[in-house]
Design a protein. Structure first.
Length: 263
């Protein structure tokens, strides 16, 4: 990848063409070098196979006059601001060393597309939540849903309100747990746990933290500490099954000071 003056980044192979191709052509005409970075193959789209879209994308690159076009192959409709994705994107930007980065304003574009699709529907059949893919990971879908609701003004005034809601959901979950069995108990437990998770996503949103990245980090942290505990026990010629809960807790606390935090 050679250095470029202008780097433009978008989610799908045809997003650049639909949003800023004219601008790129003008910049090439003025002598600026241009690079194009697609984040996905667009495999969830309905405009041909990923292979066909790759051929069309290369033809578009030539027509625009861009020096190169690359693809990061993040999962289409599953884009998250995870630490892995951010590192991969940052590496490409550092490699290209652009003077200018163009990021198409997808919110406005998607709003136009949505309005076009919904124009023939009566008002009672339209929703601000239309268009959120049901195949998204649950945490990312929850973030998208709550963010759309917020833009309509439906939100807590501050993060304390979400904490209060979380406490309410905890109490409701405990109430269901305390009940004896019966029809629908499993569904009620699932509902209350889901409500708690949705609250946690909203707390993360308030604090501008990506829920998926936070959970991935917690997973790595737990795994590292658990493996430390296993290793320490192995040195003693013991297994977890032969260790009391109190001993494991002591090792767990030690692991918190002896193992590095995940990056």
């Amino acid at each position: 990848m050679e250095n470029v003056d202008v780097l433009t980044i978008a989610a799908h192979p045809d997003d650049i063409e639909l949003t800023c191709a004219g601008t790129l052509i003008k910049m090439v005409d003025k002598g600026y070098s241009v690079g194009i970075l697609d984040l996905t193959q667009g495999e969830m789209g309905t405009r041909g196979t990923p292979e066909l879209r790759a051929v069309e994308a290369e033809a578009a690159r030539i027509a625009i006059g861009a020096a190169w076009r690359e693809r990061l192959n993040f999962g289409d409709s599953r884009l998250t601001a995870s630490i892995e994705n951010r590192h991969a994107l940052a590496a490409k930007i550092r490699e290209a060393r652009p003077k200018t980065v163009i990021l198409p304003y997808w919110e406005a574009i998607k709003a136009q597309e949505k309005a076009e699709k919904l124009k023939d529907r009566p008002p009672e059949q339209r929703s601000r939540l239309d268009g959120i893919p049901g195949k998204l990971p649950a945490l990312h879908e929850a973030h998208q849903i709550s963010s759309r609701a917020v833009r309509a003004g439906f939100d807590w005034p501050d993060v304390e309100g979400v904490f209060e809601k979380l406490q309410e959901e905890v109490l409701e979950l405990k109430e269901v747990i305390s009940e004896s069995g019966g029809d629908g108990r499993r569904e009620r437990l699932e509902d209350e746990i889901g409500d708690m998770l949705f609250c946690m996503v909203n707390i993360a949103r308030f604090l501008k933290i990506d829920s998926e990245s936070a959970l991935k980090r917690a997973n790595r942290k737990f795994k590292t500490r658990f493996q430390y505990m296993e290793s320490e026990l192995a040195r003693q010629g013991k297994s977890l099954e032969e260790t009391s809960l109190a001993e494991m807790e002591t090792l767990w606390q030690k692991a918190k000071t002896q193992t590095p935090l995940p990056t």
